[in-house]
Design a protein around this ligand. Structure first.
Ligand code: ARG
Ligand code: ZN
Length: 883
């Protein structure tokens, strides 16, 4: 628990380590409550150390120290060292030559509910060391710029722990007395301790292999609990796809003979890229057509790809310090996004990524916890695994890709890998490699790394008939964020295309450089710049910020007609969808005001016509078609408002959906029936698209409350043999009045009670329902025997879904949602600070609401902050959001 005054760590204070560790030999004697750790370190003073301090300070928390021996013969006594709650300080160690330390300590995995370090999940022992979990295993220089070669021996009971895994290659094994056996693993690559992992337990294994470009055969193994062995096929296929993709696109091969993935039920985040031994949340491994949805399948492929890609972007080249986290995370997210886009639909993937960025990351960047993708201060680093570091970080890498082109970007990557393989480096080193390989100056671009906040780009058009020119005057502005009152100008790539009156693309000839290309990338570097296109006999329609070429908010005057035109004709799939979103968004924004002022709601015919036109076209990519029919989310609409009014948003948006369902009922019914067929277990783009468009139609129609549609839902629920269709039907049954609601929920629970991930869906659906009894339901769900504060997936399914995906009820004006969240955060913090701190998120946006809600939210935040022995994690989030 927290010391009285949690300390802030600053990037500007970075210093190279005073000591380096060359090799580590670890020996674990495994036991649920008393695991013995013996660590033999070979160390030496770092010749580059700037400090005059000679003591050796090793990080360590919650460790029971047994013994320390220096250079194999000198057992240290209590006079030789000092132990604090967070460290072991050895006063005197050799300065001139290398030395060894043998440290013995004990840890209690069973008591470890924070799920950092070595812990227990359903009887299996496993580790999570990023960011600073290794210090909960043994005393060490727990920082990413200390890289060492690890050899690990695991000793354990043969029955309890038949499988014993760690990083690298298995080099020896044997039997001990007392029914114990041992295995030794050696990782030939130097690594920081955050990439260390061990797993021990009764696990089944799916095996396969992959032959690399250069002809090396790599063994692939996925380990799961016995009952899950039939759900690993998709993860294995995804891994092979990822390995092939990294060879093709980046020329990167895997470097060990073995790649292992272990799925565990208790996991704070998504997954972890430990060298040669990834550890995953079961959610991102397990899938069978009847248990996992199409979107689960996609996420699994994405996360498997992500962790695999880390082998080069994260492991071979790692971060110098945790401020550089985006160096590996932003880059690796960019890589997994591109991989997923190549595997399915680039258009759909891009839209989904931007949707998430704009609803969630933009909110973070506009709130009290806004920080640059390379933060400059933190109290608890676990709080900085954020949408900003990951998702905005990926957008920054994507802008480099846009500015340099694919070839230039690839050259930059090659230079980065070549310069820094085996090193712990900075974001700046990455940009420098891009500059060097391309002969470009990216100094202004670097500000994206240091500056928080979402820039607003304002565009004014001026067409001149006499000159046949279109001038775009573009301004950039970024509002202050905490600690950054004044913002510097950014280098922003803005991709533009032009359309004639018939909707055809026309050449974009800039006054200074007429290329004849159908698309240009404008380089916005000043506060205001004018770009003039020539040779335009009539006023074109400009399509701006194509493919969302920069993480900015674009503002410009657009008539509804112009938006409808772009929705019909823009050849850029992102902007075509975006035009539809803006068209509907503008209308809903108007309806929100009408609803607030008690005026009757009317849907302008242009919306119905636009939807009709989309529905009448034939679409090859049905997933993209589904997105064109989807309205901006309540979260996205909230982002657009000065003062968020969750009730008015919900009312206005529902009005639009219901009216469209009424007006387009025949079309939507036909769409449902045409695409409703039995093709379970098929995961080609066609089948996925058919399920998606069918379920979008059903969701529209469910608003009508008619018996026919209710029956469709019940029937789909009862007969579906894939989870996509079953859960979509159940969602409609739960979200709108339906006579069979309780019966279906009970049936579903009984059918799936052995499948934790499916039961998570059962919890999540009820917690996010807009029905009036949602709060009472959530309260009763937290008392359900299958609810457990010690299982992060379950906490996210119930508390996360209610507070993040049910704004309407979470923000109920009586404040009960806020109090509910605060109660659970306080209770959870005792067990698991990392997850507690994440759950607190929704309260931090209190400034966005009306005064009544502001007060209610602040009261709960203060209560959380002042509750006794709150963790550093929760303290940082609560205190910063109240500042
Ligand atoms: N490096 C992991 C990934 O993004 C995330 C691990 C974060 N863990 C944590 N406790 N903060 O792939
Ligand atoms: Zn990652």
């Amino acid at each position: 628990m927290r010391d009285a005054n949690p300390q802030t760590i600053y990037l500007k204070d970075y210093q190279v380590p005073d000591y380096l560790i060359h090799t580590v030999e670890l020996n674990f004697t495994l036991d649920e409550r008393r695991t013995q750790v013996v660590s033999r370190l070979s160390l030496a003073r770092n010749p580059n150390s700037q400090s005059s301090e000679t003591a050796l300070v090793l990080a360590g928390e919650n460790l029971k120290l047994i013994r320390i021996v220096l250079n194999d013969d000198q057992e240290l006594t209590e006079a030789d060292y000092h132990i604090t709650p967070e460290s072991l300080i050895i006063h005197d160690v050799p300065q001139q030559r290398p030395f060894t330390l043998n440290i013995e300590n004990e840890i209690n995995p069973k008591a470890n509910t924070a799920l950092e370090g070595l812990y227990l999940s359903n009887g299996m022992l496993c580790t999570q060391c990023e960011a600073e979990g290794f210090r909960k295993i043994t005393y060490f220089l727990d920082r990413p710029d200390v890289m060492a070669k690890f050899t690990t021996t695991l000793v354990g009971d043969k029955d309890r722990y038949p499988i014993l895994l760690s990083n690298g290659n298995l080099i020896a094994q044997g039997d001990d007395d007392n029914n114990r056996h041992w295995v030794t693993w050696e990782d030939p690559f130097s690594k920081p301790c955050y990439l260390f992992a061990l797993v021990a337990g009764q696990l089944e294994c799916l095996e396969d292999s992959f032959t690399t470009l250069s002809g090396r055969k790599v063994g692939l193994q996925i380990f799961v609990e016995q009952h899950d062995i039939d759900k690993c096929g998709h993860a294995m296929q995804s891994l092979k796809n990822a390995m092939a993709w990294d060879e093709q696109v980046y020329g990167r091969e895997y470097d060990l003979d073995l790649y292992m993935i272990v799925a565990v039920s208790h996991f704070n985040m998504g997954a972890m890229e430990n060298k040669g031994l990834n550890i995953f949340n079961t959610k991102f491994v397990l899938a069978r057509p009847d248990t996992a949805t199409d979107s689960d399948y996609e996420h699994i492929e994405g996360v498997i790809g992500h962790e695999y890609f880390h082998n080069w972007t994260g492991n071979r080249i790692t971060c110098r310090d945790w401020f550089q986290l985006s160096l590996k995370e932003g880059f690796t997210v960019f890589r997994d996004q591109e991989f997923s886009g190549d595997r399915s639909s680039k258009a759909v993937k891009r839209i989904e990524d931007v949707n998430m960025l704009r609803t969630r990351q933009f909110a973070e960047d506009a709130g009290p916890l806004a920080h640059p993708i390379r933060p400059d201060a933190y109290i608890e680093i676990n709080n900085f695994y954020t949408l900003t570091v990951y998702e905005k970080g990926a957008e920054v890498v994507r802008m480099l890709h846009t500015l340099l082109g694919s070839e230039g970007f690839r050259k930059g990557c090659d230079c980065y890998f070549q310069r820094h393989d085996g090193q712990a480096v900075t974001c700046d080193d990455f940009v420098s490699a891009m500059e060097a390989a391309n002969g470009r100056d990216l100094n202004q671009f670097r500000r994206w790394y240091s500056q928080a906040g979402t820039p607003v780009i304002h565009v004014i058009e001026n067409y001149r008939t006499d000159e046949k020119t279109l001038a775009l005057t573009i301004k950039q502005h970024c509002a202050p964020t905490p600690g950054q009152p004044a913002k510097e100008l950014l280098h922003i790539p803005i991709t533009v295309g032009l359309l004639d009156k018939q909707g055809n693309a026309i050449p974009c000839n800039l006054q200074e450089s007429a290329t004849g290309n159908y698309e240009v990338i404008l380089q916005l570097t000043a506060a205001e710049q004018t770009f003039t296109f020539t040779g335009l006999a009539e006023k074109p329609v400009a399509s701006i910020l194509r493919n969302f070429s920069a993480p900015v908010k674009l503002t410009m005057e657009r008539s509804l007609d112009e938006l409808a035109f772009l929705l019909s004709y823009d050849s850029d799939t992102f902007n075509r969808w975006e035009a539809g979103q803006q068209l509907v968004g503008q209308v809903i924004t108007g309806l929100i005001v009408d609803s607030q002022q008690g005026r009757p709601l009317n849907l302008p015919p242009i919306i119905i016509d636009a939807f009709k036109r989309v529905l009448s076209q034939s679409w090859e990519d049905l997933s993209y078609f589904s997105l064109l029919l989807s309205l901006p989310s309540e979260g996205y609409l909230a982002e657009q408002m000065q003062v968020v009014d969750v009730e008015a948003i919900h009312k206005a948006r529902e009005f639009v959906v219901r009216t469209l369902a009424e007006q387009l009922q025949p079309e939507l019914e036909a769409l449902y029936l045409d695409n409703h067929r039995d093709e379970s277990g098929q995961f080609d783009a066609g089948a996925i698209g058919r399920r998606r468009i069918k379920n979008v139609s059903l969701s529209f129609l469910s608003r009508l409350g008619n018996e026919k549609v209710q029956q469709w839902s019940t029937q789909q629920f009862n007969t579906a043999n894939n989870m996509t269709d079953q859960i979509a039907a159940l969602a409609n049954i739960v979200n709108y009045p339906h006579p069979a609601k309780q019966e279906c929920l009970t049936l579903f629970y009984q059918k799936w009670q052995q499948e934790a991930l499916v039961i998570d869906k059962w919890f999540a659906i009820q917690a996010s329902s807009p029905m009036p009894d949602a709060f009472a339901t959530v309260v009763s769900l937290t008392a359900h025997p299958a609810f457990d504060l010690g299982t992060p997936n379950r906490v996210r399914a119930v508390i996360g879904s209610f507070t993040q995906a049910n704004s309407l009820h979470f923000h109920a004006v009586n404040g009960q949602g806020y109090e509910f969240l605060a109660n659970h955060v306080i209770a959870l913090d005792i067990l698991n600070p990392q997850v507690a701190s994440r759950m607190l998120g929704p309260l931090t946006s209190w400034r966005r609401f009306d005064p009544t809600r502001q007060n209610l939210m602040k009261t709960q935040l203060e209560r959380v902050m002042n509750s006794p022995s709150i963790s550093r994690d929760v303290y940082e989030v609560a205190s910063k959001s109240l500042m």
